[in-house]
Design a protein around this ligand. Structure first.
Ligand SMILES: Nc1ncnc2c1ncn2[C@@H]1O[C@H](COP(=O)(O)OP(=O)(O)OP(=O)(O)O)[C@@H](O)[C@H]1O
Length: 485
């Protein structure tokens, strides 16, 4: 049976920027550049086919015009309509006259300028992150796309821990339209902390940050790409950066006295922190280390004394009990007041609630995905001004095991053993282990160990904070990310 010619666009047509008859492979073909940036060929005004979803750049080569474009991967009849990944493709055509060539060239130029794409980016590549493939990913998948889009790059490989933060703290931010991290989430956190430790942090933190997944924890980019149906791939991430769309991101300030850490992903204490950090010793297992060590931690389950206090978001006021004591006023920033000190909110005046231990796990999340396979906080939003809090108190081991398997689709938060709520501010008062009271735990934020308690894993190593009370408040939409939408 004859297949009818495919009508790609039964939806409302996008207006044309330019429509003209041109030569394609020696055949006169009607060609249209739409306002949405698609290149289409149109025959008899009826049959349409999309030749390119997006234009990266163009060059005039003699009589011909070469357009560097993106096409939907596997596009065509079988994959039509799926929000798939993209592939690079060159499309060459020959306008029928000099005037026509000039017109096409002007229209392409105007179109590309109108998109407001970044022109110059500082790119961090962490050759050490994840499976140590960042350099290869950058060279083979990322750099060619940026080059095709005529985006100027300044490339900086990170040479040691906190190298990216050091550079960001003193760089000339006015030279760039954004910072790109070809890494895991660790470099993103360094960049945010570096920007907020500058005297000009108010403007610096508005510089858009882009992520290209090349680490073992790629929670931020997964959180950006997954909701729009894009795969968590270097190509999708790079295209999102080229397009130049941005969204704002909440930043949480974790403080202990005058010591501060700025977090964009999560804070964990108890089971999740113990698995995250202590499983390091099984690094050779790859990502299986979390499952294997997780299993061990559940079989020999630890519970911790302690207390959490929180300011619930509207609608979550029934969680916990009214706080039995007031919150101390934060010490003001002493001699370092030039750098960012956290949000201005007067925490001591808010309506605090509390939960008392023992706790199995306390987990705060800023964005939905903690890693590519962990939908930690399915309701988390990038800039709602709240953190999602997941608390596990007493929980049978079998139920905990089944919860572990639900992390991949986020249904663990529906468990009767989990409390899942949104908070505006939070205080953690971590205590000792129930079974061995001379031992304490670990507090982990964005993959960094913030505090190591007495006799905890690698407790002889220095950490930023002590295993003691710490306070968290959220600054709504403080940072900016390159985003697919
Ligand atoms: N050249 C380097 N050598 C060692 N460490 C580095 C180097 N460059 C950066 N780092 C550190 O590597 C850490 C992890 O980086 P990143 O987030 O890119 O990878 P990851 O694989 O997701 O992290 P992890 O392996 O810790 O889970 C960062 O905290 C950063 O400070």
């Amino acid at each position: 049976m004859d297949r009818q010619p495919e009508r790609e666009n039964d939806e409302l047509p996008s207006p044309a920027i330019i429509s003209d008859r041109v030569l394609v492979n020696g055949v006169v073909t009607p060609l249209t550049l739409t306002a949405e940036g698609e290149l289409r060929s149109t025959e008899s005004g009826r049959r349409k086919s999309t030749l390119a979803k997006e234009i990266l750049s163009f060059v005039v080569e003699g009589n011909k015009v070469r357009v560097k474009t993106l096409v939907e991967k596997g596009g065509g009849i079988c994959c039509r309509g799926s929000a798939g990944d993209y592939a690079r493709n060159d499309f060459v055509f020959e306008p029928l006259s000099d005037e026509s060539r000039k017109l096409w060239s002007d229209k392409f130029h105007q179109h590309l300028v109108s998109l407001g794409r970044p022109k110059k980016l500082l790119v961090f590549v962490n050759p050490f992150g994840g499976k140590k493939t960042a350099r290869k990913i950058f060279q083979e998948e990322v750099k060619p796309l940026f080059e095709d889009a005529n985006i100027q790059l300044e490339i900086q490989e990170t040479k040691y821990q906190l190298h990216a933060k050091e550079i960001v703290r003193s760089m000339d931010v006015s030279k760039y339209d954004g910072i790109v991290c070809v890494s895991g989430d660790g470099i993103l956190v360094e960049v945010v902390n570096g920007l907020l430790e500058r005297e000009d942090w108010k403007t610096a933190i508005k510089l858009p940050i882009g992520m290209v997944p090349a680490g073992s924890g790629n929670g931020m980019i997964k959180s950006l790409l997954e909701p729009v149906g894009l795969p968590c791939s270097a190509t999708s991430a790079t295209i999102s950066i080229i397009r130049g769309r941005t969204r704002s991101l909440d930043v949480a300030t974790i403080s202990q006295g005058t010591t501060k850490f700025f977090s964009v992903l999560m804070l964990a204490w108890g089971l999740v922190a113990d698995i995250d950090i202590e499983s390091e010793k099984f690094r050779w297992m790859g990502s299986a280390r979390f499952d294997i060590y997780g299993l061990q931690r559940i079989i020999c389950l630890r519970q911790y004394h302690g207390r959490i206090l929180f300011v619930p978001a509207p609608g979550f006021e029934s969680y916990g009990q009214r706080a039995s004591c007031s919150i101390d006023k934060e010490p003001s920033g002493s001699d370092k007041t030039l750098v960012y000190q956290g949000p201005d909110s007067k925490l001591e005046n808010l309506d605090w609630r509390e939960m008392k231990g023992p706790f199995v796990s306390v987990w705060l999340h800023n964005v939905p995905w903690g890693a590519e396979n962990t939908l930690a906080a399915p309701d988390a939003k990038f800039s709602d001004g709240f953190l999602d809090l997941i608390v596990m108190k007493d929980c049978p081991k079998l139920a905990l095991l089944s919860l572990m398997t639900k992390l991949s689709d986020g249904t663990h938060v529906q468990s009767p053993y989990a409390s899942y709520l949104k908070v505006k501010a939070f205080v953690l008062e971590p205590g000792a282990r129930i079974d061995e009271p001379d031992k304490e735990g670990i507090i982990d934020s964005d993959g960094e160990v913030l505090a190591r308690g007495r006799k905890s894993y690698k407790c002889d190593q220095k950490a930023l904070m002590s295993y003691d009370k710490l306070q968290i408040s959220v600054d709504q939409g403080l940072a900016t990310l390159f985003s697919p939408e």
